[in-house]
Design a protein around this ligand. Structure first.
Ligand SMILES: O=C(O)CCC(=O)C(=O)O
Ligand SMILES: [Fe+2]
Length: 229
């Protein structure tokens, strides 16, 4: 379960956060950020596909690639060596072993690129996201959507060089989205396997039924858009 930590200086955060969300600014130095951006520019990013749609952000994934037609996770290339130092840093921050971060997704958002409302695919449990380049707004709304009202949407600005964690309710009982970014931004998200945590921690009754996934397409990586408000 999420616990408040030193990483959450109250003055940096909106007054309400979805439970289970952690955020820390200045996780990386500017030099580290610049090095990562240079690396990402050399990676084979490609416009992601979601069923018949092509997403506007460009991505490359490591450790697994979700097939939205077959609704299953396919093997993907292992993490490139150059991203292993970042994975170690993220793992240390998150309190997990580096190799437990089995999935990594590098995403590039050109100016004007949004990411639609979704939950990440149910094969994974915790999600840790490092932001590079420019600020974005992460929005959260309760899930399932029919219970959501406009005033339930919470906005969490994520700065370049920051890191966030989505665990517990923020990961399973809320959807998230990113409205069109103003300037070029990248995120590197790492995920643990869902079954890795089973038996290790209480889930506090949080619903993790996969059945809902087919009704509301929920993407980890390649969603164009689902329901916008
Ligand atoms: O860019 C971000 O920080 C959000 C990424 C995201 O939600 C995802 O890849 O599932
Ligand atoms: Fe996501």
């Amino acid at each position: 379960m999420h616990q408040p930590s030193l990483f959450e200086p109250a003055e940096m955060l909106p007054s309400r956060l979805p439970p289970g969300l952690s955020y820390q600014p200045e996780f990386l130095t500017e030099a580290e950020e610049a090095g990562l951006i240079e690396l990402i520019r050399s990676l084979p990013l490609a416009a992601a596909k979601y069923k018949q749609y092509t997403a506007r952000r460009r991505v490359v994934s490591y450790g697994g690639s979700y097939d939205y037609d077959a609704n299953r996770l396919l093997p993907a290339a292992p993490l490139v060596d150059e991203l292993k130092p970042l994975r170690e840093r993220v793992a240390a921050w998150a309190g997990v072993a580096p190799e437990d971060l089995v999935h990594a997704l590098v995403a590039e958002y050109a100016p004007g690129t949004p990411l639609g409302w979704h939950r990440d695919v149910p094969n994974f449990e915790h999600v840790f996201g490092v932001s590079l380049g420019s600020e974005a707004m992460l929005r959260f709304r309760p899930y399932p959507p029919e219970t959501a009202r406009r005033e339930d949407v919470l906005r969490v600005p994520v700065a370049p060089r920051s890191i966030y964690a989505m665990r517990g309710p923020s990961r399973w009982d809320w959807q998230h989205s990113v409205p069109p970014v103003a300037a070029l931004r990248w995120s590197v998200t790492f995920r643990t396997r869902r079954d890795y945590h089973q038996g290790r921690e209480q889930t506090n009754g949080v619903s993790k039924q996969m059945g809902s996934e087919s009704i509301y397409p929920t993407d980890e990586s390649t969603m164009v858009t689902t329901i916008s408000r």
